[in-house]
Write a protein that binds this ligand. Structure first.
Ligand code: ADP
Ligand code: ADP
Length: 233
């Protein structure tokens, strides 16, 4: 479980309190969605989980252990990260892009090949067709599938996703939403997904946290959120 206890984050450069007494728990294996308007603190929250950003005060724990007490490299290996604009290395094949992380570089050539092949198949990209291509030979939606594969390649326990589909056309977005639901059902992982789109949140999330001005406005299961008359579904 990931837990935030009375977490505050103040950005020193503009004195902005981005996170204001955040308390939340993310259970193992959950599909947890953080949703809210731009500037409500979603990205800051996500980045505090993998220590790209450090909180100003309060405590963040994973399985009861303070995240500052983990070895940073080992902790990051347990966390995949998918961004809106994944930057694939333009001069590297898709296969090499997938197995470029420090962990997978330790693997044998055969194992890297196997992992890339298996995962490409899992996300609906025929490896015989795609593995040897360069990124610019793929559509935006296909590149984003590769971004997801790359995040999953080290078999992490937690996958953090920050607006991964917001740059895609509606058809690709729809397909990718279906894909992450399938992956979550098949793989034993915790997904933490950030979006500003309430429809996307409700489609994907088992637990939905609505953020506003750096704290939680509501949190609940999909049913609780959908049936809350305040939310106008
Ligand atoms: P989004 O969350 O919509 O993708 P960003 O994360 O880039 O957009 O920015 C969200 C908000 O954070 C914006 O209002 C932006 O002005 C502000 N912001 C981002 N980076 C900085 C920064 N380094 N200094 C000050 N404000 C920033
Ligand atoms: P969201 O992801 O919900 O759009 P963010 O976490 O990006 O929200 O931003 C939360 C608040 O923190 C916003 O007011 C934003 O302007 C501010 N902020 C984000 N990044 C920075 C930064 N690097 N420096 C200063 N302020 C920032």
């Amino acid at each position: 479980m990931i837990e935030f206890k009375n977490v505050y984050k103040k950005y020193e450069n503009n004195n902005n309190t981005a996170i204001n007494d955040l308390n939340l728990q993310i259970k193992d294996g959950d599909f947890f969605v953080l949703v809210g308007p731009s500037g409500s603190g979603k990205t800051t929250t996500l980045k505090m989980i993998n220590r790209l950003i450090k909180q100003t005060s309060g405590e963040i724990t994973i399985d009861g252990k303070n995240i500052d007490d983990f070895n940073l490299q080992e902790m990051r290996l347990q966390m995949g990260y998918v961004l809106q604009n994944i930057a694939l290395f333009p001069n590297m094949t898709i296969e090499d892009n997938i197995t470029i992380q420090p962990e997978s570089l330790k693997w044998s050539k055969e194992k890297r090949h196997q992992v890339a092949w298996d995962l490409l198949e899992k996300v609906g990209l025929d490896p015989d067709k795609y593995a040897k291509r360069l990124p610019n030979e793929l559509s935006g939606g296909e590149q984003q599938r590769v971004g997801i594969v790359r995040a999953l390649a080290s078999n992490p326990k937690i996958v953090l996703m920050d607006e991964p589909f917001s740059a895609l056309d509606p058809i690709s977005r729809n397909q990718l939403q279906e894909l992450v639901l399938k992956l979550h059902a098949e793989m034993n992982m915790t997904f933490v997904f950030v979006t500003h789109d309430m429809n996307e949140a409700v489609r994907l999330g088992n637990t939905i946290a609505i953020m506003r001005l750096g704290h939680l406005e509501q949190i609940g299961t999909r049913d609780e959120i959908v049936h809350n008359p305040k939310n106008n579904f």
